[in-house]
Design a protein. Structure first.
Length: 316
């Protein structure tokens, strides 16, 4: 059942993210504010705004919750070139850190898997990705050039490779992490990041888009023998990239692509379900569509639901 409420923002809404427990919703807007709303259903209280966070000097593009093991931590990024890390303590929100290394709009942020610690990737129109991390409340950062024209989206891979889930015992968290980015150069790039040495590998470049890549999302992996990445662009194209083991069971670095039907409007966001087998696509025509891969051998993706201004509609 779909439910709506007024966020109280004075301008266009750009992002909305639920916290880990699904009880609070963070939103951000062109009105330069971030708001936190109580959307829990077990309190018997109407949806309401519990905090309004001010600190940006321009439209706020994205918000992201950190894993709750680090406390109530929220990050936001803005056209003003700044990333703000907010922390709640005793019911009060405060600015814990202002990240100001970028020379252009910061368009996307993504927290790394919690196994890597409190670490945030930030993608900017200045063409760089910065890695912001905190150890014992001390924040440090470093950056690298990723897309010549500008970075529009970043997303971390799950901490463990799919093959690690099949190994005996408890696998160790990897010393190197993987990150996917999308840019205005129409490219999707995969990076291997070593936080300890602050080094990155030469990227794997995925080409399929004919417009600015607006968003990328690396799917979580719950026992699946393959990996999936979704990307979308300015011209309405959505691509699902997959990488799985070879027929002999060995690993492969080859990514195959599957293009969803043309959305016929700008696609702004793609987002995976917790289990990594269902994809949500948000487009500029006020639609959110849900897609799932067919169990048949053709491997096609089919739309299973659509949410528009009139509410949700299930597909055959």
């Amino acid at each position: 059942m779909a439910k709506t409420f007024d966020t109280g923002h004075g301008d266009m809404l750009h992002d909305a993210q639920m916290d880990f427990y699904g009880k609070r919703l963070a939103t951000c807007s062109s009105d330069r504010t971030v708001k936190v709303h109580d959307v829990s259903v077990d309190k018997g209280v109407a949806d309401r705004t519990v905090a309004e966070l001010r600190g940006h000097a321009g439209p706020v593009w994205e918000v992201a919750w950190a894993h709750p093991k680090f406390g109530n931590v929220l990050a936001s990024c803005s056209y003003d070139g700044k990333v703000i890390v907010w922390r709640e303590s005793s019911g009060e929100w405060r600015q814990e850190y202002d990240h100001t290394v970028h020379e252009g709009s910061v368009n996307s942020i993504s927290w790394a898997p919690h196994e890597a610690g409190l670490m945030l990737a930030c993608g900017s129109s200045d063409g760089r990705i910065s890695i912001l991390s905190s150890v014992n409340s001390a924040w440090t950062s470093w950056a690298f050039t990723a897309h010549a024209i500008g970075v529009n989206a970043v997303s971390w891979a799950p901490a463990l490779h799919p093959s690690a889930l099949l190994s005996e015992g408890t696998p160790d968290a990897p010393s190197k992490l993987r990150l996917v980015s999308g840019g205005s150069d129409k490219l999707v790039k995969l990076w291997t990041v070593d936080p300890a040495s602050q080094e990155i590998s030469s990227p794997t470049v995925l080409k399929a888009h004919d417009g600015w890549v607006r968003d990328v999302a690396w799917a979580s992996n719950v026992g699946l023998p393959y990996e999936s990445i979704a990307s979308c662009d300015q011209n309405g194209m959505v691509v699902v990239w997959s990488c799985g083991p070879n027929k002999d069971g060995s690993d492969t670095s080859d990514w195959s692509s599957y293009q969803l039907p043309d959305m016929r409007s700008v696609v702004w966001r793609v987002s995976w379900s917790v289990t990594g087998n269902m994809l949500a696509v948000s487009s500029s025509d006020s639609r959110v569509t849900l897609w799932k891969q067919s169990l048949e051998h053709d491997g096609r993706w089919k739309m299973v639901s659509e949410v528009g201004e009139g509410g949700a509609q299930l597909q055959e």
